[in-house]
Design a protein around this ligand. Structure first.
Ligand SMILES: NC(=O)c1ccc[n+]([C@@H]2O[C@H](COP(=O)([O-])OP(=O)(O)OC[C@H]3O[C@@H](n4cnc5c(N)ncnc54)[C@H](O)[C@@H]3O)[C@@H](O)[C@H]2O)c1
Length: 245
């Protein structure tokens, strides 16, 4: 199976939180295969990061705003049913439980978990019947976080894994597959470039390097492709072995 020529990847694709980091890298891969790639993100203006991709449609939507998401997907689906979805939108929260501000904890849980719930609810009426949804979990779901995300972040991502499994069960009747990627520490703005933190995170992997956004985007492309047509409810670990401790 040659993923690069896979017809599933040529279908309409939407990346939520595609304005930066892993989502942006998924966009850069998707446009190699599909003429219909769209991005939803928080920013009122189309982010400059999308300049290399003039054909990518941009829609502003906060994943906490179900109405905005629904209107956005309805507009995008005028080009045809949506086949591939990646929910990259998320935030981290390093604060440990004894120091965390409850409103920060709630915001992290809401964006990371409720945001995925809202996105799936909003996109459902506009999905092709054999669509592929990929959510962003994290190795922090297993490890309980560490230097970048703390226990609340880990809990939000454990929730994403549960949501993946439950929605895979509920949507299989329409042929819709739902999977998630669980990245380890990945070189994006979320991790930052503090040398001490990068060194500790690197040391925690078996392969002795952080993930690149490309490593994670390859996993998303695989889960969108027909090579993964018998996968649903799965968590794809892409973490250089960091989950093995
Ligand atoms: N970078 C890592 O080490 C790492 C590891 C594991 C999991 N993840 C997960 O992967 C996903 C992408 O992470 P990243 O490193 O690319 O982060 P990033 O900060 O570079 O990108 C996140 C994107 O989500 C968007 N976003 C944030 N809140 C939003 C909201 N309320 N509504 C809509 N969009 C919103 C941001 O504007 C941004 O474009 C996140 O869910 C993150 O938790 C990242």
């Amino acid at each position: 199976m040659n993923i690069s020529s896979d017809e599933s990847l040529a279908r309409p694709s939407v990346v939520i939180g595609g304005g930066s980091g892993i989502g942006l890298t998924v966009v850069s891969k998707a446009v190699e295969h599909s003429k219909s790639v769209s991005v939803m993100d928080l920013h009122a203006q189309r982010p400059a990061s999308l300049s290399p991709f003039p054909d990518v449609e941009y829609v502003q939507a906060d994943v906490l705003d179900l109405e905005a998401l629904s209107a956005g997907f309805a507009a995008l689906a005028e080009r045809g049913p949506i086949a591939n979805v990646f929910v990259s939108a998320g935030i981290t929260l390093p604060a440990p439980i004894d120091q965390v501000d409850p409103s920060d904890a709630q915001r992290c849980l809401m964006i990371n978990l409720m945001g995925s719930i809202n996105t799936i609810k909003a996109v459902l009426p506009h999905l092709a019947n054999d669509a592929s949804i990929v959510l962003a979990a994290s190795a922090a779901a297993y490890t309980g976080g560490g230097y970048v995300g703390g226990s609340i972040y880990g809990a939000s991502k454990a929730g994403v894994i549960g949501l993946t499994r439950g929605t895979a069960r509920e949507l299989a009747g329409r042929g819709i597959r739902v999977n998630c990627v669980a990245p380890g520490a990945t070189s994006t703005g979320m991790v930052g470039d503090d040398p001490a933190i990068v060194a500790r995170l690197t040391e925690g992997t078996l392969l002795k390097r952080l993930a690149t956004p490309d490593d994670i985007a390859n996993g998303v492309a695989f889960l969108w492709s027909s090579a993964a047509s018998y996968m649903t409810g799965a968590t794809l670990d892409i973490n250089g072995g960091s989950h093995l401790g």
